[in-house]
Design a protein around this ligand. Structure first.
Ligand SMILES: [Zn+2]
Length: 1147
């Protein structure tokens, strides 16, 4: 039945498209005839006749091409439908697999292709293999004794590169400005002087946020010196990101934002592009970051914070250097050479070799009399004629031991630490003493070592030279380096959740930034077209807005630092970050408001910019950096109020828009068509059991075309005309009192008290406990039933005085494990039912939890929305967890995403402590068996775990009274009222997971992608001022249709004008991400968007009627020298899972 209907709809749709296209062709044909052609033209010369004929033929040819493309599209749509049908019948797998392979959309083919090429090291297998027994390794405590004969370097001498570095956190114990003022500016000033003194000296620098700030402070002469140092290869800018980003909590949008911000700065000011990555302090490493680095043109990278057991294993296998490959990549396209530092830390004691007591003696900043010393109690000695031999040989022994852990005789040793090289004396101490040792090596060829200061590029160039000369190749590796442990059972899984308020704010800012970037770029393009002369509208503050956008990009970028989004900075620093995010939000709102204002005006001459009195105002307002956003109540009257809704997604969607109004009855209509839309009035809750009598929530179903601004009219309606939500309230064992003059409120009575609460829409049905209101069971329309219970739990921490305890970084739960959340009194449970949505809210002491069902036809109606508002400020050393318990037979496996970019398989390992089994989740996790998949899609980053089959849990907030000894010097006790938002999606599934060497590559389903897109990019509502007489508004519809379901418009980001700093150029970075998806669950009905069975797409078709004047494929950070030459062909290849960047000009 359903399938038949789906087919009818599809065929109908296809027919419509065909008719419309034919009609357009006819129109074009008529247009091809000269309008009102007059007979006297007949007297034209034969030459003119011929040229007109030629033109006609050209046009016909063009039309034919269009026609062919249309036919191809139609064929594809039909093929696609066939594919789903055959796939669903499950009969073609053996007989016709070759054919089905060819017809499978590329997005769901990637996992399949992986099967044949799963060579190399798979980290999941390494975890299976290792005992994690942590024996004492001697001098190298977490490693082993390293031996060598001494003749290993006779043929090929040891080639040592000592790389000086200074790790500058853009905020941690001090704020960004505090560090800059006290340390960073002095480091950089001294750098210029000290590197200039001796051309053999080198230095690397990573954080462009600091570098660019310093650049603004220095004069032209100093800038010229810096450029000279860069050109001479003495100073290398490594990674080139705005910050050294966290790789666990950051979303790939923001990771790319901070990389682009840094790379664009480097190109503009120094004319360089980085080639080596440097990430020595982020707490674990993600392949999503390597993907972005590779895409930005880097070919090598260094990482440091990796589980000590993994390091030891890799050291034994000589696999500390490897080609890091994406899980899903069956080619070597994504490979990047990665060097993993073998020892405990990036400081000097842990980088020269395995023995920190010896290496510390070669940190000449710790010479006696200074502020820092060696904790191993053997101080360094200045190098003199008398001790040089002994010192050089002692150091050489460490170098030689370290070298035995690598396949090539090239050795990387770093020389630096946090905020090093502040004073000029420190530069002298390090560089002069080391130079003496290097000179000594030089004078003693029998030692077979060539040692010098170097940059990362120096090192990697030598490495590649030696490897290729020896015919050695590095092994490939797939997987990620979470969850990090630096010693014992100290797993850094706490920071996956620490300061969750700001992790949520980060993502809200991120989606606002993306929306603003896109709308601003579209506005400039429309303006240029409007006058026809390429000029912008005079009154529009394009330059000021561009600077607001830039400031917001940089604030989001700064927050990706590994002590910012991680929640591991001191309280005042957290406030400083919060204020920056808050200001960024306000800035973006200004850009959004005035861009939307211009776009929706019918008569553009009525545009007037007034910053103090904007024509449009945001519906949702942020009042402070530490408060949740609030909606402004809208005063209604018989005069319509205009509500403008921006859909920031590239998909047509049906969404529920909620606003606060002062009236119990309201009429909502599409302003363009005057068609009324379905709406509902619900209570606004002043307290859990107290409704507001002045404010009410108006919710309506908005039909939102892709990237469009839609105008709605809201008017006060006659009493009783708007459907109101009906309420049931209950408090188990007690009488729930609730007065309401406006809403119908009932109480559970008699046997109802023990009957599960039921909600349903046309797609699914759910049952909740009448006692707690918490979810118990789900039933899909397809008949799939799944037990899905929601529970809340507490984790505590260890209690004995001498035990290590949880803090900002570490999760060290108490031995008793989790405790079920058992409130002293049962929660107030509120059930609301209405035509637009229905929900169940449970009001507990520490949190308010809501499960909501939207009564929508499309995919938005297929998932449950779960929201929590948490407040644990009254607690002591506790963490609150939300757990889902299902009967999905997931065994010990589950999947969590990495940076919202890809899914990574996880397995619960009993041999590891509880805290080791928690992983970062930025946007999704799921459990599955052969018949169903349960996906939890998330709008913020949090820790996730699956501790038993069928279970999934997320850590909502943590309040920890003590420091966990990683330098922060405080606990996390600045908790706030914190919101979290999810979609829960249950899907039928056919076929098992694809095994790849014990690990399976999986992707979100198409439906999960769409749900996640909607969740992370909610519509943005703005209200038109009611003070003045309203000008005529019209919707803004930039796209003719949705993009294919699997193509995500990651950004449309206006680039800076290279000729005029701080101004927008005509060039825009178009970033597209083609998602890989899982084909074992087919959405029914099929989504409105299509997807291609080919990897080639036509950009002009995708974005029609938007047109691109020029299109240049570029590297991911849009560095000019990565650009491919422009081609006329607008067909371009988008491979599944890959992000492609184009430098375009919108016409
Ligand atoms: Zn750091």
């Amino acid at each position: 039945m359903k399938r038949g209907r789906g087919l009818t709809v599809l065929v109908g749709g296809v027919f419509c498209v065909a008719v419309i296209s034919l009609y357009r062709m006819l129109e074009l044909m008529q247009g091809a005839e000269p309008q009102g052609a007059e007979p006297q033209r007949r007297s034209d010369t034969p030459g003119q006749d011929l040229s007109r004929l030629q033109q006609k033929i050209d046009r016909l040819e063009g039309l034919l091409r269009n026609n062919n493309r249309l036919v191809a599209t139609l064929r594809e749509a039909v093929l696609q439908h066939k594919l789903w049908r055959t796939g669903r019948s499950g009969t073609n797998s053996s007989s016709d697999s070759a054919h089905s392979q060819a017809g499978t959309p590329p997005g769901c083919r990637v996992a399949e292709e992986m099967k044949d090429s799963a060579d190399g090291i798979q980290l999941l297998n390494v975890y299976d293999l290792l005992p994690f027994d942590n024996p004492d390794g001697g001098a190298w405590k977490q490693g082993f004794e390293i031996s060598y004969h001494g003749n290993e370097w006779e043929e090929q001498p040891l080639e040592l590169f000592l790389v000086p570095h200074s790790h500058n956190d853009p905020g941690w114990l001090k704020t960004f400005d505090g560090y800059y003022h006290d340390q960073t500016q002095h480091i950089l000033n001294n750098m210029v002087v000290k590197l200039n003194e001796d051309s053999r000296r080198k230095m690397i620098w990573a954080e462009i946020s600091y570098f660019s700030k310093w650049w603004n402070d220095i004069d032209e002469q100093k800038r010229a010196m810096v450029k000279r140092l860069v050109k001479a290869g003495q100073l290398e800018l490594v990674t080139g990101g705005w910050v050294m980003a966290d790789e666990a909590n950051s979303h790939y949008f923001a990771l790319l934002d901070q990389l682009m911000e840094g790379h664009q700065w480097l190109q503009t000011h120094l004319g360089i592009k980085p080639s080596s990555g440097w990430a020595v302090d982020p707490f674990g490493h993600s392949p999503s970051m390597t993907y972005l680095l590779k895409g930005a043109g880097l070919s090598n990278m260094v990482i440091q914070r990796v589980h000590y057991t993994i390091k030891k294993h890799f050291a034994r296998q000589q696999t500390l250097e490897f080609l890091w490959r994406q899980n899903w990549d069956s080619s070597s396209r994504s490979d990047i050479t990665c060097h993993m530092m073998p020892f405990y830390s990036y400081d000097v004691p842990h980088t020269c070799g395995p023995n920190p007591a010896i290496c510390c003696q070669f940190d000449f900043h710790r010479l006696p009399g200074g502020r820092v010393f060696c904790p191993w109690r053997i101080p360094p000695q200045p190098i003199t004629e008398h001790n040089i031999k002994e010192r050089a040989l002692l150091l050489l022994d460490q170098y030689r031991q370290k070298s035995r852990l690598f396949r090539s005789p090239v050795l990387l040793v770093t020389l630096g630490d946090d905020f090093r090289y502040v004073e000029s004396s420190e530069w002298d101490a390090q560089f002069n003493n080391y130079q003496k040792i290097f000179d000594y090596f030089e004078q003693h060829p029998e030692l077979h070592i060539k040692a010098r200061f170097g940059t990362l590029s120096d090192y990697f160039a030598a490495l590649h030279r030696r490897l290729s000369a020896a015919g050695t190749t590095l092994p490939t590796l797939r997987g990620d380096f979470f969850t990090y442990a630096d010693r014992d059972d100290h797993y850094w899984s706490g920071y996956f959740t620490s300061r969750p308020f700001y992790k949520r704010l980060d993502r809200t800012l991120e989606s606002t930034l993306r929306a603003t970037e896109i709308l601003y770029s579209l506005t400039l393009a429309e303006m240029r077209r409007f006058h026809g002369d390429g000029h912008l509208v005079a009154d529009f503050p394009a330059r000021e807005h561009f600077q607001r956008l830039t400031a917001a990009r940089q604030s989001l970028a700064l927050f990706q630092h590994h002590d910012a989004v991680t929640g591991t900075a001191r309280d005042p620093v957290v406030v400083d970050y919060g204020i920056k995010l808050f200001h960024a939000m306000l800035n973006l709102h200004q850009v959004l408001q005035s861009s939307a204002h211009w776009l929706i005006l019918l008569d553009k001459n009525q545009y007037h910019y007034d910053q103090s009195q904007p024509f449009l105002k945001m519906d949702e307002v942020f009042s402070a950096h530490d408060a949740l956003p609030q909606r402004t109540p809208l005063m209604l009257s018989e005069e319509p109020r205009s509500l403008i809704v921006f859909n920031p997604t590239e998909q047509h969607r049906s969404s529920v828009i909620s606003i606060i109004v002062d009236s119990l009855d309201a009429h909502v209509a599409d302003a363009e068509t005057a068609q009324p839309v379905a709406s509902q009035i619900s209570a606004v809750w002043a307290e859990p059991s107290k409704m507001s009598t002045k404010a009410f929530q108006l919710s309506f179903i908005a039909d939102l075309p892709p990237l469009a601004l839609t105008v709605y009219h809201v008017t006060k309606a006659p009493a009783g005309s708007t459907p109101r939500a009906r309420y049931t309230v209950h408090r188990h064992g007690k009488l729930a009192t609730m007065q309401s003059e406006h809403f119908q409120v009932s109480h559970l009575q008699g046997s109802e008290v023990n009957t599960p609460l039921l909600l349903s829409n046309k797609h699914l049905r759910l049952w909740s406990s009448p006692e707690t209101g918490l979810l118990q069971k789900l039933l899909l329309q397809t008949g799939l039933v799944q037990q899905v219970q929601i529970q809340f739990l507490w984790y505590g921490t260890r209690t004995r005085a001498n035990q290590d305890k949880s803090g900002a970084y570490l999760f060290l739960p108490g031995e008793e494990g989790e405790q079920l959340y058992s409130p002293s009194e049962p929660p107030l449970v509120r059930v609301s039912r209405g035509p637009v949505f229905s929900d169940i809210t449970s009001c507990f002491q520490h949190f308010t939890h809501t499960v909501r069902l939207y009564h929508l036809d499309g995919h938005a109606g297929k998932s449950l929305e779960i929201s929590n508002v948490v407040d644990i400020r009254s607690e002591y050393n506790r963490e609150l967890v939300m757990r889902l318990i299902s009967n999905v037979a997931s065994s010990n496996r589950f999947y969590s995403d990495l940076n919202g970019f890809q899914m990574q398989q996880r397995q619960f390992l009993k041999k590891l402590p509880l805290q080791a089994n928690f992983y970062p989740m930025s946007s999704a996790s799921f459990l599955q068996d052969s018949s169903s998949r349960l996906s939890l899609l998330s709008a913020q980053s949090q820790a996730v775990a699956s501790l038993r089959p069928g279970e999934l849990e997320v850590v909502l907030d943590r309040r920890l009274q003590q420091d966990d000894n990683r330098g922060l010097g405080q606990g996390v006790t600045d908790n706030k009222l914190t919101a979290s938002l999810y979609n829960l999606l249950l899907e039928d599934r056919r076929g098992g997971a694809k095994e790849v060497g014990g690990a399976s590559v999986e992707h979100l389903s198409m439906l999960a992608h769409l749900a996640s897109l909607s969740l992370c990019h909610p519509p943005i509502s703005m209200v038109a001022s009611s003070d003045t007489k309203l000008p005529k508004l019209r919707p803004f519809l930039p796209l003719g249709s949705s993009l294919p379901c699997d193509i995500h418009l990651l950004n449309l980001r206006t680039l800076e004008n290279p000729q005029e700093a701080g101004s927008p150029s005509q060039e825009v970075a178009l970033l597209l991400h083609r998602k890989g998806f899982d084909c074992s669950s087919a959405p029914d009905p099929l989504p409105l968007c299509t997807w291609s069975v080919h990897e080639e797409v036509n950009l002009d078709d995708l974005f029609s009627p938007l047109r691109f004047r020029s299109v240049r494929r570029s590297g991911l950070t849009l560095l000019r020298d990565h650009d491919e030459p422009e081609s006329d062909r607008r067909f371009t290849r988008l491979r599944p899972m890959e992000i492609e960047a184009f430098r375009v000009e919108l016409d």
